[in-house]
Design a protein around this ligand. Structure first.
Ligand code: GUN
Length: 283
């Protein structure tokens, strides 16, 4: 019988604890922790993510500073804003919602964010530290997945973990975290041969592909832990993950749902990273 890893419930619990820590910080220092959220253009999914991030800030007592830039903002304007935020003492974290409009050079813009304010954990310094197993700011989604696995005491040591997807935001940092937790890790991607066989070997399978219901029951080993990072719409427009949940669940020991799985944890980890950045900047 499978168990559901309820990300919504875990996120709510973590936010209660975080709210206390944020309050204690604000009391001690006589100021708020601040997160700048930058959105350029009107991508509907990005608008929803940003709205939810701002709502989460309110919930835990972090002051949000939202910057809504037009879709034709110039590289120079964006960079000037990021330089100002980088210097601003009220801002502990800077989040630039991705993807940026195509005419902008994201990599060049993101480099302006100081490593200490990189609450997405995207900078070369933070990624490099993660690879070296050193303390770093860890990308929100994979960090959230690790918290979910910890919450149900999934022991990763020596287990075979398969990550499907190799993005810089999820797949690669996810693989590193699993490796740092002593799992034996395989990263699969669009060019992987025998994807089904690779997945069938997984004790822990993380799906971060971006295709609705891509992981089917015949790709999952009996008793596996399945984590679904996907956020898609199915044929009828309903939200669904990268895993065919109804068919796959029966084979799992644990499985995360969509919605209510990884999504709420991602935003909670953003709040956590912002708190962490604030505490570290005080040292
Ligand atoms: N777009 C999709 N996921 C993310 C994320 O984790 N951070 C940012 N900044 N943009 C995203």
């Amino acid at each position: 019988m499978y168990k559901i890893i309820d990300g919504k419930e875990l996120a709510a619990k973590m936010r209660i604890d975080l709210k206390k820590d944020v309050e204690a910080f604000s009391q001690k220092h006589g100021r708020h922790i601040g997160l700048a959220v930058v959105l350029a253009g009107d991508n509907p999914a990005s608008q929803i993510y940003v709205k939810n991030k701002i709502k989460a800030c309110e919930e835990v007592g972090i002051k949000s500073f939202a910057y809504y830039l037009s879709g034709d903002v110039s590289q120079e304007e964006l960079e000037n804003l990021l330089r100002t935020l980088a210097e601003d003492k009220k801002i502990n974290g800077i989040l630039v919602q991705l993807p940026l409009p195509e005419h902008l050079d994201s990599e060049k813009a993101l480099k302006i964010i100081p490593d200490s304010k990189d609450v997405d954990g995207f900078s070369a310094d933070n990624i490099g530290k993660l690879c070296q197993g050193k303390d770093s700011i860890v990308a929100c989604t994979p960090n959230g997945v690790m918290k979910m696995l910890e919450s149900c005491n999934v022991d990763l040591r020596g287990k075979k973990a398969v990550v499907v997807g190799r993005s810089n935001i999820v797949g690669k940092p996810m693989a590193m975290l699993l490796l740092n937790a002593d799992a034996t890790v395989t990263i699969c991607h669009s060019k992987t041969r025998n994807l089904k066989e690779e997945c069938l070997g997984a004790d822990v399978l993380v799906a971060a592909i971006g295709r609705a219901k891509f992981i089917t029951a015949d790709m999952v080993k009996q008793g596996a832990v399945v984590v679904d990072v996907g956020m898609n719409r199915d044929e009828s427009g309903k939200l669904c993950g990268d895993v065919d949940f109804e068919a796959v669940k029966e084979k799992c020991s644990y499985i995360t749902p969509v919605p209510g799985g990884v999504g709420p944890m991602t935003i909670t980890m953003l709040m956590y990273n912002t708190y962490l950045s604030a505490t570290r900047s005080e040292i």
